[in-house]
Ligand binder design. Structure first.
Ligand SMILES: Nc1ncnc2c1ncn2[C@@H]1O[C@H](COP(=O)(O)OP(=O)(O)OP(=O)(O)O)[C@@H](O)[C@H]1O
Ligand SMILES: [Mg+2]
Length: 340
């Protein structure tokens, strides 16, 4: 089954053609990072306008690289999927209108996909045999969620962040440190040249709950900087390294505690922060030690991309069938995970 999928929840216009949930025939991602970098965050109205500009060329490019032309669409594409939420209202609208138009013109089923399920199932693209039950950790720019996936589409959300998402904490820390946006990649790069034990930032374990909280680490960084202004490059790298370690240890502590408590054998990561090199390394090492299988997508499938939406759409229709012809369906900016 070939699904054409569209992702526009935030600042990436992305379109993919994915076969049977795992064979990515094409993936085009047009990122707006350079446009929003000077504002140190995504400006919603600007993002919507850029999506309008990009959506048609990105659809055409994705079809072209999958060797499909518009005349072949009916024959070669079986369904159209799109991110219905959560995300920015205006940007979601652009993707949903494009998807509905294609589905309507070519008379194809339309599959709405929860963006969080895209991140959650992104490991499936490279591991077709990955099956629930497993523990999923979604770590992205807007979310931090620990979820028991009992079956495809059957979730028990254990914990969420009480304040900043983990990606947001990286982004805000980067601004405090005078570095660029997005903060995750640059902090990760610098951290690898620093000493992770040089500064002891708070570890917000919240031992009585599965929730997360990252505003404490951020405040701890702010307080440190007030009394210890950055001296030189090495000092900056040490701060990045210690900050990254505080976040990685917090995620490891919670996730490995939960996987044991719920007697699961697999941990699946998803979302932009899963491309962090230390987080990847520590999950893999701890998994080896505790005999827990760890699944982490390749970096291209960690940050926003339409292939993960095509993958989640495939899994959804495989379980629920192709009964999604509701062209009235509206984007849902604050959509939460819910069962199929
Ligand atoms: N190597 C890295 N280390 C840490 N964080 C990273 C790294 N690479 C990217 N990130 C972070 O990932 C986030 C972007 O991820 P993603 O695209 O999944 O988020 P989003 O789509 O904006 O949010 P959401 O999926 O919650 O709606 C940013 O906050 C960015 O700083
Ligand atoms: Mg995302």
């Amino acid at each position: 089954m070939n699904i054409l999928s569209i992702e526009t929840s935030c600042d990436e216009t992305s379109v993919a053609v994915v076969s049977n949930g795992g064979e990515v025939k094409s993936l085009v991602i047009s990122s707006q990072i350079s446009i929003h970098a000077k504002f140190f965050g995504v400006v919603p109205e600007l993002a919507s306008r850029v999506h309008i500009e990009k959506i048609n060329p990105v659809i055409a490019k994705s079809l072209r690289s999958a060797k499909i032309n518009f005349n072949d669409f009916s024959k070669k594409i079986d369904a159209v999927a799109f991110t219905v939420g959560p995300g920015l209202a205006g940007t979601l609208l652009v993707g949903s209108v494009a998807a509905k138009s294609l589905a309507s013109v070519y008379k194809k089923p339309l599959i709405p996909v929860n963006h969080l399920e895209g991140h959650l199932y992104s490991s499936f693209i490279e591991n077709k045999s990955l099956n629930p039950p497993f523990l999923a950790l979604i770590i992205s720019g807007g979310h931090t969620e620990l979820v028991v996936v009992e079956d495809f589409g059957k979730y028990r959300v254990l914990g969420v962040t009480r304040d900043d998402a983990v990606g947001e904490a990286f982004d805000k820390a980067s601004k405090m440190l005078g570095l660029s946006y997005p903060g995750g990649p640059i902090i990760d790069q610098r951290a690898s040249k620093g000493d992770p034990l040089s500064i002891k930032f708070t570890r917000p374990y919240l031992r009585d709950s599965w929730d997360f909280s990252f505003s404490g680490i951020k405040t701890s960084l702010l307080n440190y900087l007030k009394s210890n202004p950055i001296k030189n490059e090495q000092h900056l790298n040490n701060i990045c390294s210690s900050f990254r370690m505080a976040i990685a240890e917090t995620l490891i502590f919670k996730t490995f505690k939960a996987v044991k408590e719920f007697n699961l054998k697999k941990i699946v990561l998803g979302g932009g922060v899963s491309s962090n090199s230390l987080i990847r390394h520590m999950f893999l090492e701890n998994g080896k030690k505790d005999k827990i299988e760890i699944f982490i997508p390749s970096p291209i499938y960690c940050t926003d991309n339409a292939a993960m939406i095509g993958c989640a759409a495939y899994l959804k229709q495989r379980k629920c069938g192709l009964n999604y012809n509701n062209l009235q369906l509206k984007p849902s900016p604050s959509l939460i995970l819910s069962n199929w």
